[in-house]
Write a protein that binds this ligand. Sequence first.
Ligand code: ZN
Ligand code: ZN
Length: 148
Amino acid sequence: MYCKNCGEKLNEGVNFCFNCGFKSGEGQGYCDKCGVKVNSSTCSNCGNVIEGYNEDLNRETYNNQNYNSNYVARRPKSKIAAGILGILVGGLGIHRFYLGYVGIGILQIVVTVLTCGAGSLWGFIEGILILCGTTITTDADGVPLSDN
Ligand SMILES: [Zn+2]
Ligand SMILES: [Zn+2]
């Protein structure tokens, strides 16, 4: 039996690791059967399945997840969605918020309110132009809009 937190050898019947203070069987990072450092739920040395291994707590996996969420966040926004938002609720700048142009979106709300709604034509026309692909071809981060 080895400490799953630090890899220290634990004597039979010992409930706590004298080295790190973790309860025996708790923690992860080391195989409790052979004491080898592990970075997955199965020990690469002895094949022991690490009970209670939580992939979310694994730093390598965590970094991968971060990478994935960044990737998802930078997926291209839909030209169709932006255009339709512009046509339907362009006066509220919703299509601008959708694309990340928050400042312009707020400005469109202000213009719409100040002009008693007439200014919403701005967002409406912008929505049509987005659909035609003649204006706003990227989102606020510079990621080109997708065609669907
Ligand atoms: Zn320990
Ligand atoms: Zn092992």
